[in-house]
Design a protein around this ligand. Structure first.
Ligand code: SF4
Length: 404
């Protein structure tokens, strides 16, 4: 923690006045220390007082559950006192992939569980009259992310609360698929008027994320937003198919805008036969539009026609070259005709296994130069030398495919 103070001092000495944020997992004591130094602390309700998840069901009596909530109140109140004393803001960052075994045992792997994980902390904050809080509830599954944020907004309204919400789809991956997945989730909420800040998480250089976030926000909120120029954009239901017509000439913007509109159109209209989406734009060839339709349907979780890659954005904990590894795994999969799967590529063992959520297979950094392979949430082989890991992953997929 001493280093955080030094980093802050040096940033300020260099004239950088950007707020400094500490992202703390598992260590409530570290969150306390950070809160005295930085401008904002992020804690994860899934691991603030609860231990790392072991994917076990725990049968709590109501009394035992109340004891856990009491422990949470005591511990979190201490952090709030430090935040008040130092004018430090908090972010409660709930992740679908890191819900605690306690929450999962009581509420299941559900939007209700994610919302309750957040509300337990908000109720304590409300009791303590602490309001410098921003919320995020993220998932790599776009539908789960959207349903959860909407439910959170409703629950807050019910309990007389209104905290700002940060939007994001976790482990969205990279390239066009990563952008489509981000736009489907974030766009549905921006269209509802929900969201105060946005993060697009791509397994690419960080500076590639900002233009995507900006394009989405501009599409919904900029004064000259093309969304409101009715001649440029039409969103309709035609013969049971969701249809999006646009004259946008920039392919990258068209991909984001169509994705941002179509996910929710597919989810929210019972009259739309799922799998029926029609995109129309006179500037692009039919084959490109038909391909994009399928990619949006997959990003919205309506179909799975090709293998999907979820990968973390990488951070200081990343143990291998994430972008190169994702590209190599994609290449290997292209040459091998597996049934469509969901494969997670995660930079570290600390958060990777938990955050893979509903992936079929996981390729996770275990140590420098070492990789562990997972099937669903189960570790199949640990600490494989990195140079052998891809071969082992392909062998595992081949053997599973053969054995049905
Ligand atoms: S390296 Fe680990 S902590 Fe960092 S973004 Fe990836 S999974 Fe999350």
């Amino acid at each position: 923690m001493a280093n955080v103070g030094l980093i802050r001092e040096q940033l300020r000495a260099a004239g950088c006045m950007m707020p400094l944020v500490a992202d703390v997992h598992f260590r409530a004591d570290v969150a306390d220390k950070a809160a005295a130094v930085v401008e904002k602390v992020r804690i994860n309700p899934g691991n603030y007082i609860d231990p790392a998840r072991k994917f076990v069901h725990i049968d709590y009596t109501d009394e035992e559950y109340q004891t856990e909530l009491h422990r949470l109140r005591e511990r979190f109140t201490s952090l709030l006192d430090i935040c008040k004393a130092h004018h430090t803001a908090l972010r409660l960052g709930v992740n679908h992939g890191s819900l605690s075994d306690r929450i999962m045992s009581r509420y299941g792997d559900t939007p209700e569980g994610m919302v309750e994980s957040c509300m337990e902390f908000l109720r304590v904050a409300a009791e303590q009259s602490f309001t410098d809080i921003v919320l995020s509830v993220k998932s790599s599954n776009t539908r789960v992310m959207v349903d959860t944020v909407r439910l959170l907004v409703k629950q807050m309204e019910k309990e007389g609360m209104a905290f700002p919400i940060h939007l994001g789809v976790t482990e969205a991956g990279e390239g066009e698929d990563g952008r489509i997945r981000s736009a489907v989730g974030i766009g549905a909420l921006l269209a509802d008027g929900i969201g105060d800040t946005v993060r697009v998480s791509l397994s690419e250089e960080p500076e590639k994320e900002l233009p995507v976030a900006k394009a989405l926000v501009d599409y919904f909120y900029a004064q000259d937003s093309i969304r409101y120029r009715i001649d440029d954009v039409q969103l309709t239901i035609d013969n049971g198919a969701a249809a999006y017509r646009s004259t946008q000439q920039d392919w990258e913007l068209f991909v984001l805008q169509a994705s941002a509109e179509c996910g929710r159109l597919l989810w929210e209209n019972e009259s739309v036969a799922s799998e029926h989406l029609h995109l129309d734009n006179p500037h692009f060839p039919e084959d490109k539009l038909r391909q994009l339709e399928k990619d949006i349907l997959q990003a919205a979780g309506v179909i799975r026609y090709k293998t999907e890659f979820v990968s973390c954005p990488g951070c200081g904990r990343t143990l291998f070259d994430l972008q190169r590894t994702v590209a190599e795994i994609k290449d290997a999969m292209r040459n091998t005709p597996f049934k469509p799967l969901k494969i997670a590529v995660m930079g570290c063992i600390v958060n990777g296994p938990g955050e893979m959520a509903d992936a079929d297979y996981g390729y996770v950094g275990a140590a420098r130069g070492k990789v562990s392979l997972y099937r669903n949430k189960q570790c199949i082989e640990q600490n494989i030398p990195a140079e052998e890991a891809l071969k082992k992953l392909v062998a595992l997929l081949e053997s599973d495919e053969k054995n049905g």
